[in-house]
Design a protein around this ligand. Structure first.
Ligand code: C2O
Ligand code: CU
Ligand code: CU
Length: 644
């Protein structure tokens, strides 16, 4: 009997002989086994997380992994068509289960009937399994007799090709498996408590850190978050508009805002830049649970500081803010606004992701604002753009009138000088307030350069005020950039000149690719750790805290602290020479070092994060925690509280 005949006859028998291998040779047997083993490896990797979260799933994936290893071994050691048919059917069943879990949801699960989130581990497993089903399916066909090439040279070529193919296949399966396992071993947290309470020591709950009752004039608003349409596209909006309604109050007012959630997702409202009681901060998983669809939540606080602030969702922030969930909060001083015209100019980027459309006050077109010759105008620029990976600031230019920058992040500058055309770098989340007098004739224009610092070009959008001819367009590439470290004139600043700081922390900002939150991403770290593993800065009431941001990346990072105001001390070790600067976010450019200080005068658990929402979502967050504060809320997949 020839070798061929022997091999063909051996099919269907379970005797162990080299003949089997010969029959199923042709590059299917080994990859099918390897794919199945790869899927098993990822399943083993997800076991610990699932045992912790919902043990039946943990047991299921453990058993599934064991079964897949058995199939992989049997495929190599006891290849037969019955096994292949069983493996194809079994793997297809597992794939089907996965599709159901990701589309309609499973009846038995921690959240029955709700679709689970798609992650890198399950995507990688699905790819491996889908190819395995195909190969096992092909293997169930009766094998063709092997052709032996007449000439030895062809045998050598064929063997070479086969070995190369096998190597490549092994490499590919290896990569997919490694990504799946790496992602699975670094899952999204399931229930993290960000509190600073220590067992055995009395603690204060964030829930008790509320505004005391008082007789302040109450300003009530209702913000209904719902899916809507604006600028010709679907948006998530407060009261149907993007940005949401401008909330205008006066210092000393008691602001009461009821959020009604008609969105298909949970949400919250954060009051950006406002010094308020911790319980009103809107950070899901820290100061409250995200408000579920159909739910409501009321925020209430007395407004302490005049200036330009804003509000935005702090649940799944990277998705919800670009969809339209933001608006202006303007606080007038006790003696009222002092301008003939007082306008908000909110820069946004509508729709999720990088490809959103740039908008001013929700409009993708040029914006016209009324102003008469000689009138005094205040423009409150709010940068609600989520920011791209570079994190570059918007670069604004005002032309047509001399102007002053009167406030940064809502806080007045001391004796600001009159400026000509400049590039004003407004980082994500920051505010610039500009004041100028309308000329006797012609328009004043605010232009925004594309945030490409090397070669600025104009965005196809501008704000124009007044009537008549517009000013000549400046050459952006020759304009100097506004420097807040030498603008205005010095004035006493007790925080900046505080003798010795009670707490000091150096925060090195770093970025590198790695596994995080169940996926591969450009992880952004503070002192070597990404959120939620970043070490909090612990403070006590009455202390003055100094932070030094050391940017080791090529990106911009507007570092923002909740509930407090930074006094800027220095940039690259050079102290400010102009006005004191008080901000809630300091824009730390590539490889720059900025030093800030703030008084610990507002107990609670406060987030400190980069306001480039992409960076925050990739780990650039930490906490400034007052000692002994407890929170009943948790962040992670169990509560669904995802702050960033
Ligand atoms: Cu405007 Cu935590 O952010
Ligand atoms: Cu904030
Ligand atoms: Cu950043």
């Amino acid at each position: 009997m020839s070798t061929h005949a022997q091999a063909v006859h051996a099919i269907g028998t379970v005797t162990k002989s080299s003949a089997h291998i010969a029959v199923y040779r042709g590059g299917r047997l080994y990859p099918a086994a390897l794919l199945t083993a790869g899927a098993a490896a990822i399943h083993f990797a997800v076991v610990p997380e699932h045992l912790h979260e919902y043990w039946p799933f943990g047991i299921f994936f453990l058993l599934l992994g064991v079964a897949q290893i058995a199939v992989a071994l049997a495929t190599l050691l006891l290849p037969n068509r019955l096994l292949f048919a069983g493996a194809a059917a079994g793997t297809l069943a597992v794939l089907t289960l996965w599709v159901v879990s990701r589309t309609t949801g499973l009846p038995i699960s921690p959240l029955p009937g709700r679709p689970e989130m798609l992650g890198a581990p399950d995507l990688m497993t699905a790819v491996l399994e889908a190819v395995a089903v195909l190969l096992f399916g092909l293997l169930t066909r009766p094998p063709r007799p092997l052709h032996r090439s007449a000439r030895p040279i062809w045998r050598v070529v064929r063997a070479g090709l086969g070995a190369g193919g096998l190597l490549l296949t092994t490499l590919l399966i290896g990569i997919v498996t490694t990504v799946g396992v790496g992602a699975a071993l670094n899952p999204m947290p399931d229930a993290l408590n960000m509190g600073s309470a220590v067992p055995g020591r009395p603690a204060i709950s964030v829930n008790s850190l509320k505004e005391a009752p008082g007789v302040q004039p109450v300003k009530s608003f209702t913000l209904t978050a719902a899916v809507g349409h604006a600028a010709g596209q679907e948006v998530w909006a407060y009261n149907g508009t993007v940005p949401g309604p401008e909330l205008r109050v006066r210092v000393g007012d008691r602001l009461r805002v009821t959020l009604i959630n008609h969105l298909p997702a949970a949400t919250s409202i954060h009051w950006h830049g406002v010094r308020l009681p911790n319980a009103e901060d809107g950070v899901v998983g820290v100061t409250q649970d995200a408000v579920p669809p159909g739910g409501t939540f009321t925020y209430e606080f007395v407004v302490k500081d005049a200036g330009t602030y804003w509000y935005h969702s702090h649940q799944d922030t990277m998705q919800q803010v670009p969809r339209g969930l933001y608006g202006a909060l303007i606080v007038d001083p006790p003696d009222g606004p002092h301008y003939d015209r007082d306008y908000v100019v909110a820069l946004g980027n509508l729709a999720a992701g990088f490809n959103g459309r740039f908008t001013v006050n929700g409009s993708p077109n040029d914006v016209r604002l009324a102003a008469q010759p000689g009138e005094l105008v205040r423009l409150r620029v709010i940068n609600a753009v989520p920011g791209d990976m570079a994190g570059s600031p918007e670069l604004l230019t005002l032309t047509g009138a001399p102007y002053t920058v009167i406030a940064l992040d809502g806080h007045d500058l001391h004796e600001p000088q009159v400026l000509g055309p400049l590039l004003l770098p407004v980082g994500a989340g920051q505010r610039y307030d500009l004041a100028f007098r309308m000329p006797a004739g012609g328009q004043v224009r605010l232009l925004d350069a594309q945030p490409a610092v090397a070669q600025p070009t104009l965005r196809p959008i501008a704000v124009s005020l007044g009537e008549g001819v517009g000013p000549a367009q400046p050459n952006l590439s020759t304009l100097p950039t506004f420097d807040l470290t030498s603008y205005g004139t010095p004035a006493p600043d007790p925080i900046a000149t505080h003798a010795g700081f009670d707490v000091s922390a150096d925060l090195h900002i770093q970025s590198a690719a790695g596994f995080r939150d169940g996926t591969i991403q450009l992880i952004h770290r503070l002192n070597g750790q990404a959120a939620p593993d970043t070490a909090p800065v612990i403070v006590h009431i009455g202390q003055v805290v100094r932070l030094r941001f050391i940017n080791e990346t090529n990106e911009y990072h507007p570092m923002h602290l909740h509930g407090h105001i930074f006094a800027i001390l220095s940039k690259n070790a050079r102290p400010l020479t102009g006005s004191p600067v008080h901000v809630d976010a300091v824009l730390v450019g590539p490889h720059e070092t900025w030093e800030v200080a703030f008084p610990a005068d507002n107990p609670g658990l406060w987030m400190l994060h980069c306001h480039v929402l992409l960076h925050a979502a990739m780990g650039l967050d930490m906490m400034v925690n007052y000692a002994d504060i407890a929170t009943p809320y948790t962040m992670g997949t169990l509560s669904g509280n995802i702050s960033e």
